[in-house]
Structures are given as structure tokens and as C-alpha cells.
Design a protein around this ligand. Structure first.
Ligand SMILES: [Zn+2]
Length: 238
């Protein structure tokens, strides 16, 4: 299985694009403002995306969705349904963004299916969502299983028990580390990550959602660059 880190930055990073991950060229976790640009840079097309797992409604995680929808509707050739999985209100949120970005284009939602459930299956991906700690925001992390590989995603979150449940025995866990030394409510810093690494049973931990503070290595975790290609599990690449 291949994970492609289309963005590894926090909302205000100057050096990295907003956090967005592509799995096996067809599953996205979040789609921030630069998501579609980076998707194309990676050699993938918006048309190839089967599902997007939205962690929460902050713009650095969602503002690329109108562009993804427009491209699929007007340039796509596959004609398949796009599955959008997210917190309660995901359909209203996406409709609102689309109306602001491209008024009068709601027909692009004709082949979109919305899912607000905390567990389910789409396109061969079993998902489980858990509420994480991100201030007042209804934010969720995910645990995804596909092709025999289990992946976890913290989304944006401060330390909380859900991160351990989501990361239990996963092949790889993508964990936010917004800050190096600062404490910022609803996010992890380096000390939080070090504490997490002591308890988690994830086989690999990859750090993302990074700000621009000088960053030191964290023993037991990897820090991918934007567009990094990471292979997970023993699945043969398609
Ligand atoms: Zn956020």
C-alpha cells in the first residue's frame, strides 16, 4: 500500500502545503486548499479519487473539495460516485463551500454520496471514526482498513484517549504535531508526541500538520516531506 503525503503542513505553514494524504491513488484523507494541485503533481487525477475522509471542517482540511468536485464533474471520464465521509453536517458544509466557490454548480453533487456514520464500508475501505480533541470543533480521527492493511489518522487533535484507540496495532498512524515547543490548544507538540509514542501500539508513526518552528527528529517517528511516497504493509503495489 502506498501513502502519498500531498501536504504535511499546518494551517499557517510557509514551507509545507496543508495536511492531506492520498492512499493508493484513490482515497484522500482531507482535501485542503492545495489538495487538487498536489494531487495532480503526484501524477494522480481527481477522477481517480473514490472517497474522501474529512476529519473536520477547518479550511486547511476542506477548502480543496469544491475544486475536486468541479474537476470530477467537468473533466472526469469515469463517472463513478465520490464518497464523502465526515462529521455530522458534512453535506451542508460541502454544499455551502461549493455555493461560495462556484455558485449555481450544485449539479456536480449528483454523483456524490455523503456519510456521517462513525463506521462503515466504502469502496473496499472499512472505516471507524472517533471524536478527538480539537477545541469546540466536531473533529474526528479515522482508522481505515483496506487490502489487509490498517491505517490510522489523528486529524487535528490534542492529546486524548481516542488517539490510542485509533492507533491500536495499526500498520501506520499519521499523527499531527502542529507545534515543536509551543503549546497550542487542540494540537500536539513535541512533548505530547513523545508521550504518545511511549504508549501507542502503532507499528509506525508518521508526523504531519507541522508548523515552521525548527524541527528536531523525534525518535520512533518519521517526518515525511510534502509529496513523500511511503509504502506500508506487505501489499503489492498496483
Ligand atoms: Zn483544525
Amino acid at each position: 500500500m502506498e501513502m502519498r503525503f500531498l501536504g504535511t503542513g499546518g494551517a499557517m505553514s510557509a514551507r509545507r502545503a496543508p495536511a492531506c494524504t492520498l492512499i493508493d491513488g484513490r482515497i484522500l484523507v482531507d482535501c485542503g486548499p492545495t489538495g487538487v494541485v498536489r494531487l495532480k503533481e503526484s501524477g494522480c487525477t481527481p477522477d481517480a479519487v473514490d472517497a474522501v475522509f474529512v476529519t473536520h471542517f477547518h479550511g486547511d482540511h476542506t477548502f480543496g473539495l469544491p475544486f475536486l468536485l468541479i474537476e470530477r464533474a467537468f473533466r472526469g471520464t469515469r463517472g463513478g460516485t465520490l464518497h464523502l465521509v465526515g462529521p455530522a453536517g458534512v453535506e451542508a458544509h460541502v454544499r455551502g463551500m461549493l455555493d461560495l466557490a462556484f455558485p449555481g454548480c450544485e449539479e456536480v453533487l449528483a454523483r456524490v454520496a455523503f456519510h456521517e456514520d462513525v463506521a462503515g464500508t466504502v469502496r473496499g475501505v472499512d472505516w471507524e471514526a472517533r471524536a478527538v480533541s480539537h477545541g469546540e470543533m466536531d473533529a474526528r480521527g479515522y482508522r481505515l482498513r483496506l487490502d489487509g492493511v490498517t491505517l490510522g489518522f489523528s486529524g487535528d487533535s490534542g492529546p486524548c484517549d481516542a488517539l490510542y484507540l485509533l492507533s491500536q496495532d495499526v500498520d501506520a498512524f499519521v499523527l499531527e504535531m502542529n507545534c515543536q515547543t509551543r503549546s497550542f490548544p487542540g494540537h500536539m507538540n513535541r512533548d505530547d508526541v513523545v508521550a504518545f509514542l511511549r504508549r501507542t501500539t502503532a507499528r509506525r508513526v508518521l508526523l504531519t500538520h507541522l508548523d515552521d518552528e525548527p524541527r528536531e527528529p523525534v525518535a520512533g517517528a518519521e517526518i515525511p516531506d510534502d509529496l513523500a511516497r511511503v509504502l506500508v504493509g506487505s501489499s503489492i503495489l498496483r
